[in-house]
Design a binder for this molecule. Structure first.
Ligand code: NAI
Length: 464
């Protein structure tokens, strides 16, 4: 008999959530993790530490820009960078230790080290080989290189998101390569700290895939905060000389060559699946052309007994997508019916204002030729937002023209990342915009803006 029912490789949000659900469903479970602490990229060098720095620097922004308006006078706080990093590390520690506690509570073994799969049913870690009926690969992703460019990452001057979370000092200038989620979140952090931040984006708009109206508003609001943008530009080279970086780029419209100098360059042009060292080639595990592990709708690879979830598989590289797959797979392995609804996976950018979306964008609906209606509501019409200096932004609800069924929602504004979830629940229940519009929302809350956008899909918003 195998030692374990399930061995999971990787303890990020996909792996650790899968492990906890497996254990709850009575499966003997172990997780292999080579980092010193559990939680993967998300807890150690991703979502959680970046949110700590976003919170700290947003607080600074409030003190500098809004305190005096409310009669809170006095000198703005000065920044103790070392202490800010210590606060961030403390937040990481609390979260990673929390997972360790949950492993103990659920009797999940943590096998420390880096795993490979020598054959079906076996996982090797160092000199030890462990046996399991099921193996789950949840090894996540790493930063990808800039496509077609000469860039060497040293994590000091030319950094990925990992290095950007622990710079030795606050740089005077920073070039961010890539106007996606990481670039804008970390760009915001440093912009608020006084760094001159320029984002270079290959496409003509930031946050590709986002509802175009939201993306345009988002760029304008970030510009107002001091971020600079060069769009439609491909970075071709990043060179470091005497501790400073030079970024060469070409404007796509006329192929003209330009350069920018900066103390730090943050490379944020996407991530790629981490499959190195697992022994997938020898096992004959099929990959997609993009290097992801190919899986079926039960997260099974083409090799019996080996499954994969999260960033290492196709789909959005989001912690919550990985978590949901982890839970679904655990249920499948325990003989239940696990399932993820990929049509209702929210996306959030944790800048200020936040940007959140779920379902289809207006551009996608147009492309499909689907008849739809739009209900929009500005946060300027929301009393709570006005009181909190948070009137920038809007809610955009998209519903089917005939049936009124909600097809998507895009929010730029205060707490957008939390607000979006009432639409997620509504969409899971196949709700109409009218269902949201007829639901009583407490006053005064930001959530009233969601209801107003739903009302705007019908007879009209009240405060517009
Ligand atoms: P991304 O895919 O969000 O954005 C990369 C950007 O780089 C794109 O806009 C792309 O057009 C641009 N780009 C590519 N090559 C370029 C070049 N040569 N010159 C200029 N621009 C170029 O990738 P990002 O921001 O690195 O994030 C990686 C993954 O992590 C994403 O899947 C993201 O969703 C996830 N993530 C999610 C977060 C969240 O949910 N809040 C936070 C951080 C990361």
């Amino acid at each position: 008999m195998a030692q374990y029912d399930v061995i999971i490789i990787g303890s990020g949000p996909g792996g650790y959530v899968c492990a906890i659900r497996c254990a709850q469903l009575g499966l003997r479970t172990a997780v292999v993790e080579g980092r010193e602490t559990l939680g993967g990229t998300c807890l150690n060098v991703g979502c959680i530490p970046s949110k700590a720095l976003l919170h700290a620097t947003h607080s600074l922004h409030e003190a500098e820009h809004n305190f005096a308006k409310m009669g809170l006078k006095g000198k703005s706080p000065s920044v103790d960078w070392k202490q800010m990093l210590a606060y961030k590390d403390d937040v990481i520690g609390q979260n990673t230790k929390g997972i360790e506690f949950l492993f103990k509570k659920n009797k999940i073994d943590w096998i420390k080290g880096w795993a490979s799969i020598p054959e079906v049913g076996k996982v090797r870690v160092g000199d030890d080989t462990h046996e399991a009926r099921h193996i789950v690969i949840a090894s996540g992703s790493v930063s990808a290189a800039v496509p077609g460019a000469e860039v060497e990452i040293d994590e000091k001057v030319v950094v990925t998101s990992t290095g950007a979370l622990e710079l030795g000092s606050i740089p005077k200038s920073m070039v961010v390569v890539g106007g996606g989620v990481i670039g804008l979140e970390m760009g915001s952090v440093y912009c608020r700290l006084g760094t001159e931040v320029t984002v270079i984006e290959y496409l003509d708009a930031i946050t590709p895939g986002q509802d175009a109206e939201v993306a345009r508003t988002f760029q304008k609001l970030l510009q107002k905060q001091g971020l600079k943008f060069v769009t439609g530009a491909a970075v071709s080279k990043v060179e470091v000389k005497g501790g400073k970086a030079r970024v060469d780029y070409k404007l796509r419209k006329d192929d003209s060559a330009h350069d920018l100098k900066a103390d730090v360059v943050l490379v944020a042009t996407g991530r790629k699946p981490l499959t190195e060292g697992l022994g997938l080639d020898a096992l004959g595990i099929k990959l997609t052309p993009r290097g992801q592990i190919a899986v079926d709708d039960r997260y099974a690879t083409n090799v019996d007994g080996i499954h994969a979830i999260g960033d290492v598989t196709p789909g959005p590289m989001l912690a919550h997508k990985a978590e949901d797959e982890g839970m679904a797979l655990a249920e499948i392995l325990a003989g239940q019916a696990g399932h993820v609804n990929y049509d209702v996976i929210p996306g959030v950018i944790y800048t200020h204002p936040e940007v959140a979306s779920v379902g289809m964008t207006e551009e996608q609906l147009k492309e499909e030729g689907r008849a739809y209606k739009v209900g929009k509501f500005s946060f300027m019409g929301n009393g709570r937002a006005k009181a909190n200096f948070a009137g920038d932004g809007f809610v955009k609800m998209l519903a089917d023209k005939e049936t009124d069924r909600i097809l998507g929602c895009h929010v730029i504004g205060p707490m957008a990342g939390d607000l979006i979830h009432e639409v997620c629940v509504a969409m899971e229940f196949g709700a109409a915009a009218e269902d949201l519009a007829r639901t009583c929302h407490a006053h005064p809350t930001y959530s009233e803006a969601m209801r107003e956008a739903a009302l705007a899909c019908g007879d009209g918003a009240i405060h517009a």
